[in-house]
Design a protein around this ligand. Structure first.
Ligand SMILES: NC(=O)c1ccc[n+]([C@@H]2O[C@H](COP(=O)([O-])OP(=O)(O)OC[C@H]3O[C@@H](n4cnc5c(N)ncnc54)[C@H](O)[C@@H]3O)[C@@H](O)[C@H]2O)c1
Length: 238
């Protein structure tokens, strides 16, 4: 299929796991893909602009580079993220909290800020922000990660209704547990409990999440937004 023909897509964290699977899928669907990541992808068909999503200057430079080279940005997948050090809040490691919030929540918002400024000029764009099942239901001994991911989901609803009339769509995706390098950073006991929680009896594969992201990014899904515009001109956030 060619659902993303001639689209220019930035994927933060596009060099590994779900972001890499999305990059490969987007290319297969006809898009040009830029991985904005601290690490380079192995696939040389994916363009790479070294970017740290916690650093505003790095993000602004990345957007400038992409616009200079491609002339536009059609799609942003704000996907870069890290796992947390799990603990009950009484044992909270504040440095770890600050790091996870900086990358998983503030990093998404900052990436949106610089990319959406360009999309406003174009009067079009599709933004997909990465949430998680832990942002929907919470998890034992999760603190920064579940807070960040819930924050991403609700922040995204607010942007959807803010930008709907300007032709920019915002959605977030909230995968269950996915077989990526991020999970390998967690203790084996935690990984085993994740598989037990998956109704399908296994971890999801990154390609399965990438298929959803590609659909939501495409014009086929142009009706999908975090906001429902009501007939009376008001709106309902979804
Ligand atoms: N794996 C899962 O089970 C799962 C489930 C739900 C949501 N998610 C979310 O999906 C996203 C991708 O996770 P993954 O499992 O593919 O992980 P991953 O570790 O395979 O990939 C994460 C990528 O983000 C990059 N990254 C980290 N910090 C960065 C920074 N400061 N600036 C730019 N890039 C940075 C890494 O270099 C890496 O390439 C994350 O937001 C994660 O929270 C993962």
């Amino acid at each position: 299929m060619n659902r993303l023909k001639d689209k220019v897509a930035i994927i933060t964290g596009g060099s590994s796991g779900i972001g890499l699977a999305a990059a490969n899928k987007f290319i297969a669907e006809g898009a040009s893909v830029i991985s904005a990541d601290i690490a380079a992808p192995e696939n040389k068909n994916i363009d790479f602009v070294k970017t740290d999503v916690t650093n505003p200057q790095s993000l602004q430079d990345m957007v400038n580079t992409v616009v200079d080279q491609y002339g536009k940005i059609d799609i942003l997948v704000a996907n870069a993220g890290v796992a947390e050090k799990k603990s009950a809040v009484a044992d909270l490691d504040l440095d770890n909290w600050n790091k996870v919030i900086a990358i998983d929540l503030t990093g998404v918002v900052l990436t949106n800020k610089y990319v959406v400024s360009q999309m406003v000029k174009q009067k079009s764009g599709s933004v997909i922000n990465m949430s998680s099942i832990l942002g929907v239901v919470g998890g034992v001994k999760s603190q920064a990660y579940s807070a960040a991911k819930a924050g991403v989901a609700n922040y995204t609803r607010s942007q959807a209704i803010t930008y709907a009339a300007q032709g920019i769509r915002f959605n977030s995706v909230a995968p269950g547990y996915v077989n990526t390098p991020l999970l390998k950073t967690l203790p084996q006991k935690v990984r085993a409990s994740m598989i037990e929680k998956m109704p399908i009896g296994r971890l999801a594969e990154p390609e399965e999440i990438a298929n959803v992201i590609a659909f939501v990014a495409s014009d086929e899904a142009s009706f999908v937004t975090g906001a429902l515009i009501n007939a009376d001109g008001g709106y309902t956030a979804q």
